[in-house]
Design a protein around this ligand. Sequence first.
Ligand SMILES: O=C(O)C(=O)C[C@H](O)[C@H](O)CO
Length: 412
Amino acid sequence: MGKNYADLHDPNAEYTMRELSAETMGVTAKRGGGRDVEITDVQTTMVDGNFPWTLVRIYTDAGVVGTGEAYWGAGVPELIERMKPFVIGENPLDIDRLYEHLVQKMSGEGSVEGVTVTAISGIEVALHDLAGKILDIPAYQLLGGKYRDKVRVYCDCHTEEEADPEACADEAERVVDELGYDALKFDLDVPSGHEKDRANRHLRPGEIRHKAEIVEKVTERVKDKADVAFDCHWTFSGGSAKRLAAELEDYDVWWLEDPVPPENLDVQEEVTKSTLTPITVGENRYRVTELRRLIENQAVDIVAPDMPKVGGMRETQKIADVANQYYVPVAMHNVSSPVATMASAHVGTAIPNSLAVEYHSYELGWWEDLVEETVIEDGYIEIPEKPGLGVTLDMDTVEEHMVDGETLFDEA
Ligand SMILES: O=C(O)C(=O)C[C@H](O)[C@H](O)CO
């Protein structure tokens, strides 16, 4: 018999004083225009992409189905399964209340940050698709409307010779000229051969010179054709990060991402304030509460929430609102399938301070095949006018790439 985590006993979830269900809140008034809809089921299927994408579907008694996606990670499907009883019977149009309801119900299990927030995010994205379909409007309309018809996409680039500055520059040129992107990102936390110890976070002078050489070669090669960001994946000490960022001030760096670990806000703030190189942080922080502190302390020049991880579409919009008050742009981190990528683009059009949305799957070959529609064209996502997110899962592709042991979604 398989494991069943869904029925695990959680007293916090079973009884909470702050109970936000429709029944307890007395949300019973009849709604016109086909809006009296009830959620009947929630299902997940994990697809083995370049990350294990968790796709989510919410079914209703009206026969309308919403599709969403949570950021990848073990435990996400189990957590969604555990939350299912809290949304069944609810009206999917009450997105905000249902989000708060899940956060409250899952408090004991950890809904301040981490994988529980990721699981809630997947449900929240599916609710936006569903609500858009019920109301017959695109999801961005639920967020207040459009700032732009197309959202810019940046391509996360890789090469097998990731430590070779010329190879990185060649790849940058190829991605710009052949794939049509005008915004790129490369990893800068690549071993240079000058390391004495990979654990201590300290950058030796030769390592800094090597990183500066990658940045110089790449930015010079695509100068005036593309913006280029560089990612450090939470690797270096504050002192080393400051020296690296100072060295990179001579080049056209779009941003330097996550040079220090995300936990210590004081160090983060000091690094950001020490340099003219724009510093971007965000993908490992959760919900507006955590991102707010980063922004309010002016510890970040550009904020990078991962929408289907940070809390979903409305939570990302709330983060963008706080960022906007500090004149901070938003570059959405994204390693998702076309479903959450399109959902991020809907957020991107609904906020004034959208810089770009990441695309992290150009080497996969079948990323676009997961949905019937074209998602990225010439480095931009055109926001669809179809109801909901405007993407339709191609079930043959889902089935072909499902993680072993997964079952395909039920028909609508
Ligand atoms: O694209 C980025 O910015 C990343 O940091 C990709 C990471 O490898 C990924 O998010 C880690 O899970």
